[in-house]
Design a protein around this ligand. Structure first.
Ligand SMILES: [Zn+2]
Length: 488
């Protein structure tokens, strides 16, 4: 017994030594950068421009057209007059009625260009009157150091921020060597099929293959990573896929006085319970694994030793990450039952029961793999499966962190926001960039340096969407520095 105990103690001691050594050997992956000092942005004037853009109600309808075409046209006209240098020096095309493509011709136009993406459309506020908002959602007000309004975080800060940056560089007589393209779709919130997909096809016909493709999607998280004191610039290097399936059960209707043991509702409910109890498998892989590899060296010893030794702690790490919906979504294809419909009257057997389940597909899984999993988990032939909606998309590829484009982004972030820790990240939502990725065959990055804490995340598509005035100036400086670094 004593011998067993002492050899167990020896094994534990050895493990502790290995864990400690490995944790202390983790090298930081942060790139060196000198703070930028020569890019002065007039924060107030920039905020006024963004606030004005927020006043246009550019909500997109499910069919991809603007709900109020005159509002979209109004925003286009506003952008054209608010940036006179951009108007004079760049060419501007209106694509498919409402999307915008700006071209800033480089001094060496044969080089692959830099392509910045944003979108002009917004989601509607939950109630038309903007109930729950501190200021009306389309009032575009500046108050208390914030720019308030629908689109402040998604995604007009990208549109106005990029234009503001080009205007700033033009005022300094800067000329890019590579051409710079700014592409603003008008239907991102409903899939980007009329905007981004059409612009990407146009660029493909022109033989454009960008050197750097940057879209929305990442952000600077403040106190978002447990244990990390520094703000974390999370650059999206992959995004999850999207699939909704309808589950339907049909049964003979009739009077409820002599029912079968299970009605259509009972059969469907049992199937949904089985599906929820068998989630798709979790794994720390791809962009998620890489994210931890970048963050671990920046953490205090405890969490660093934990994340730096996933060879030992992986099962425990999965258990911990699974316990919160946000981190669980980075580990697996998620399953969410979102719609259920059945029954018309209390004494009538339902002849049909249907439910819709939404899946966000982890890179590495696929639409086909999810469908096969659902069939296995339900294991009931009476439940009929079909695709719901038209927006099924496979998960994206993974944009490499070793690529010059990522290194350039990381350096630019740290030049503009010194002290920020940069890490790749998996997005659980979809962006316009996927159209460019498939049509142009380029791996995109997704990032805008807006600073958000955990409580702010709900403002995106939620109530009281707002961006800090100083933070918007930082976004403008980021785009300007990125163009200087990337297009010179
Ligand atoms: Zn967006």
């Amino acid at each position: 017994m004593k011998k067993v105990l002492s050899s167990l103690a020896a094994v534990l001691l050895l493990l502790a030594v290995i864990v400690t050594v490995r944790a202390s050997m983790l090298r930081s992956r942060q790139v060196a950068a000198r703070p930028v000092t020569d890019l002065q942005v007039d924060a107030r004037a920039a905020a006024e421009h963004l606030a004005a853009a927020l006043r246009f109600r550019t909500v997109s309808r499910p069919d991809g057209l603007p709900a109020e075409p005159d509002q979209m046209a109004g925003l286009d006209a506003y952008l054209d007059q608010a940036f006179p240098r951009v108007h004079a020096a760049l060419s501007r095309e209106i694509v498919n009625g409402y999307s915008l493509l700006y071209t800033w011709r480089g001094t060496d136009p044969a080089l692959p260009p830099v392509l910045l993406l944003s979108h002009l459309d917004v989601v509607p506020p939950e109630s038309a009157g903007g109930r729950g908002w501190t200021v009306p959602p389309f009032s575009g007000r500046i108050a208390g150091g914030w720019i308030w309004g629908r689109g402040a975080l998604d995604d007009k800060m990208g549109v106005v921020g990029a234009l503001e940056a080009v205007e700033l560089l033009l005022a300094r007589a800067y000329r890019p060597r590579r051409s710079v393209l700014l592409a603003f779709g008008h239907d991102e919130e409903v899939g980007g099929h009329r905007g981004a997909a059409v612009i990407a096809a146009l660029l493909r016909r022109r033989g454009v293959k960008p050197e750097l493709l940057l879209d929305e999607g990442g952000l600077i998280g403040e106190r978002l990573i447990p244990g990390l004191a520094a703000p974390a610039a999370l650059i999206g290097t992959a995004e999850k896929g999207y699939l909704s399936l309808e589950l339907a059960v049909r049964a003979p209707g009739g009077h409820s006085s002599m029912p079968p043991p299970h009605t259509a509702i009972g059969i469907l409910a049992a199937a949904l319970t089985r599906l929820e109890s068998k989630p798709m498998p979790a794994r720390i892989a791809g962009a998620t694994a890489e994210s931890y590899a970048f963050l671990a060296p920046e953490l205090p010893f405890g969490p660093r030793a934990f994340l730096g030794n996933l060879w030992l702690f992986r099962p425990l790490a999965v258990r911990i990450l699974e316990s919160s919906p946000a981190s669980n979504a980075t580990l697996r294809t998620t399953t969410a039952v979102t719609i259920i419909q059945a029954g018309v009257k209390d004494n009538v057997l339902p002849s049909e029961a249907r439910a819709v389940v939404n899946f966000r597909i982890l890179p590495g899984d696929s639409i086909a793999a999810v469908e096969a999993h659902v069939r296995r988990a339900i294991a009931d032939r009476r439940v009929l499966l079909s695709r719901y909606g038209t927006t099924a998309t496979e998960p994206s590829g993974q944009s490499p962190t070793a690529a010059p484009a990522f290194q350039l982004l990381a350096r630019t972030v740290r030049e503009v926001a010194p002290g920020v820790v940069v890490a790749p990240n998996l997005l659980s939502g979809a962006t316009d960039s996927r159209h460019y990725a498939t049509i142009l065959g380029v791996l995109p990055y997704r990032f805008v340096p807006m600073r958000l804490g955990a409580a702010d995340l709900a403002r995106i598509h939620g109530t009281d969407e707002r961006l800090g005035v100083a933070n918007f100036a930082e976004i403008v400086r980021f785009y300007a520095q990125l163009l200087r670094n990337g297009a010179s």
